[in-house]
Unconditional design. Sequence first.
Length: 167
Amino acid sequence: MVFKHSGQRVGVLIDVQNMYHSAKNLYNARVNFREILKLAVSGRSLIRVFAYVVSTKTGEEKPFFEALTKLGIETRVRELQEFYGGQKKADWDVGIVIDAIRIAPSIDVLVLASGDGDFISLVEYLKNQGKRVEIIAFGKSSSSRLREVCDEFIDLEKAPKKYLLKK
């Protein structure tokens, strides 16, 4: 068991698309972000929390964004890009990396809610800066290398009922 003390300053970055698709594909459910945030903070001192979200032309996601804000989560919004031929893209990876590096001087622990292997270099960089890096994600849809390089991997599949909402 890893000791988490109340004096640790924590920054939480939530890759909403990664969490959403993992929960949908593995459980046909939605993520309970209130419980994810509680798990991430674990009684420590929360400095900043960002959720990286994507807006669409229909605006159907607005109530979800408002729910995140009510939980005290700052939302970073990017519009869904639609390309000729119907391909759609909304990639937050670079934005997440920049925010992580930007807040690193004022935190002791970075909690990243994402199983995306694209963040391996970020985790290695932050650890080299003396930061503790914890990953929260669904084990089955997480990069095995990401799980290896972080200080702690918290697998949401160990208590899916707690961290999921039925559709």
